[in-house]
Write a protein that binds this ligand. Structure first.
Ligand code: SF4
Length: 288
């Protein structure tokens, strides 16, 4: 007798638009300029894909000092500090800019606020490269708040323009905006939360209601994958967080029939295919 698992994959699994675009740029860079191609840190938060790319000649480096003059540097989808770009250009480094258009939109808004001498508030994690990049475009005096408590501690302002880290949770952002609205007379909010991330979270939540167990596939260092997993846990659906098919334990499915599968925005198709193949193998085997 076979187990006969039913596997339902989220319609929002695999790379998001911005990561797809970045990966295409890397492929084009390799084809046009040859290896090596450099990235500042890992190009995406997926250790298996970073390893595959390294074998093709895509090398993560810690700083511009590790890139020789005339070398090719890919700027990641979220890492875009303007001073870094200027320094790379001064050093004669060729830049392939993979900045996601959604992140660029936030940069555009903070520049606009700056031109109107309107103080800028960024809602987000100040350690995140995207927030640091946007802050770089906002110039001096930018305020970063990560939660409602920080917003409540701000001195009152006559006016301020707000942008939000693209991957920030909407519910949390709304709480912060409510607090800011009580402290800033003229508050102008630009909703810069990425729709792709929101759609993925909503699809994962809907799928979690229909299955016995959720498999969340992605880098353990990927914050959006961690958040997807937490979403399933909070919905009280049994869930497992894996990076690759090797981590799957057939024992997880002893009393399970329907499995939902979702992934972070940096999970490549080849890893998803390997997970699906492993689940099919387990499904074809008799239960222990
Ligand atoms: S998560 Fe959204 S903002 Fe970030 S790279 Fe993907 S599409 Fe762009």
């Amino acid at each position: 007798m076979k187990r006969k698992l039913e596997i339902l994959t989220s319609p929002h699994a695999g790379y998001c638009f911005g990561v797809k675009r970045a990966m295409r740029l890397i492929e084009q860079g390799l084809a046009c300029f040859g290896a090596p191609i450099f990235t500042l840190g890992d190009v995406i938060h997926n250790p298996q894909e970073v390893e595959r790319l390294e074998a093709l000649g895509v090398r993560p480096v810690a700083s511009l000092d590790d890139v020789q003059e005339g070398g090719t540097l890919v700027l990641r989808a979220h890492r875009v500090h303007p001073e870094l770009i200027r320094e790379a250009e001064r050093r004669g480094i060729r830049i392939l800019d993979a900045t996601c258009p959604f992140v660029r939109r936030s940069q555009h808004f903070v520049k606009q606020f700056g031109e109107e001498s309107c103080p800028v508030i960024i809602i987000g994690d100040r350690e995140h490269p995207e927030v640091q990049g946007i802050a770089g475009h906002a110039g001096a005096g930018v305020i970063i708040v990560k939660d409602a408590a920080e917003a409540a501690a701000l001195a009152p302002l006559e006016r301020a323009g707000v942008v939000i880290q693209t991957t920030f949770a909407r519910e949390e952002a709304e709480k912060i905006i409510d607090v800011l609205a009580a402290r800033v007379d003229d508050l102008r909010v630009q909703d810069t939360i990425c729709q792709a991330t929101e759609a993925r979270r909503e699809a994962a939540l809907a799928l979690a209601q229909r299955v016995d167990l959720m498999l969340v596939v992605g880098g353990k260092n990927s914050s959006n994958t961690k958040r997807l997993f937490q979403l399933c846990v909070d919905a009280r659906v049994p869930a497992r967080f894996i990076e690759s098919a090797d981590e799957i334990d057939p024992g997880w499915f002893a009393s399970t029939r329907r499995i939902g599968l979702t992934t972070g925005t940096s999970t490549p198709d080849w890893l998803i295919d390997a997970v699906l193949k492993r689940l099919e193998e387990i499904s074809a085997c008799p239960p222990p």
